[in-house]
Design a protein around this ligand. Sequence first.
Ligand SMILES: O=P(O)(O)OC[C@H]1O[C@](O)(COP(=O)(O)O)[C@@H](O)[C@@H]1O
Ligand SMILES: [Mg+2]
Ligand SMILES: [Mg+2]
Length: 331
Amino acid sequence: MEERFITLGEFIIKKQEDFPYSSGELSRLMNSIRLASKIVAQKVNQAGLVDINGAFGSENIQGEQQQKLDVFANDVFIQTLINREIVCGIASEENDDFITICGADGNNNNKYVLLMDPLDGSSNIDVNVSVGTIFSVYRRISDSGTPVTQADFLQKGINQVAAGYVIYGSSTMLVYTTGNGVNGFTLDPSLGTFFLSHPDMKISEDGAIFSVNEGNFNQFEQGVKDYVAFCKDDTSKKPYSSRYIGSLVADVHRNILKGGIYMYPGTTSKPNGKLRLLYECNPLAMIIEQAGGKATSGTQRILEIEPTELHQRVPIFCGSKNMVDKLESYL
Ligand SMILES: O=P(O)(O)OC[C@H]1O[C@](O)(COP(=O)(O)O)[C@@H](O)[C@@H]1O
Ligand SMILES: [Mg+2]
Ligand SMILES: [Mg+2]
């Protein structure tokens, strides 16, 4: 019989076999994410049609306009996880505070919490450019059966049990890690099935792409300005390409596949930059490190930052290891 690609569902079962004494909760959690991302992908593909285009008419806690798809994706992921009774708490970019999930008896014995950016790059929805979902999974530190606390969510990135993203682009891909390499799955929309298309993803040590919003250039610290100038001047290999989509997931995904550095530095008006530590930077930093790359705030490894707030922002420089090392030499 002709060999075919392994599906995400089969892959999750296979991974489960590696941990014969585990409860299977993480596998069920990944299956919930798999389902929710297919529902969101289907909706994203309808963007442009009246009922899902445009602003929802409210702001989130970050003071950003919520788009209809932000709200839709948030609801889908939360509802899927609640329906399947698979996590004890959820924190989302779109919710001011974390959500406690209880069973009918008011308790919850599940051991994982999930943090997410349900729709990343939402300013790109209405212009038909790739968007994504980012997720991060931790084992709770509070006692099983009790309601979750803020401390369950404010854990360092090195404690992540799993992390990943979904990119809704020219195709939909789900990329994730459980700390043992990175694998990418592409959705076949006709079957509604994710197939393993990018096994054991690695980011090259060197690259020739730099990604940064140069509109903020005048507000960058001198070291960042100097590094950007270096990228433009360095002709030792060939001129670097500047690529910036404005969807973090898409910018990082491209740089993982092609080699490059992504930067969202602090600026004079926003010293901590724009991106959120817990549900944007940490999960992508785990993916990048697992793929052989590097992620830093400029002063600290992203995964070792002690979080203090749910929606905390942090500068980030991540991607091909040698490029991040070079950037650091300028800071
Ligand atoms: O427009 P800017 O300042 O370059 O910011 C772009 C960044 O903001 C974000 O859109 C923030 O994500 P959200 O859409 O989830 O708020 C990132 O995806 C993107 O990389
Ligand atoms: Mg985002
Ligand atoms: Mg978002």
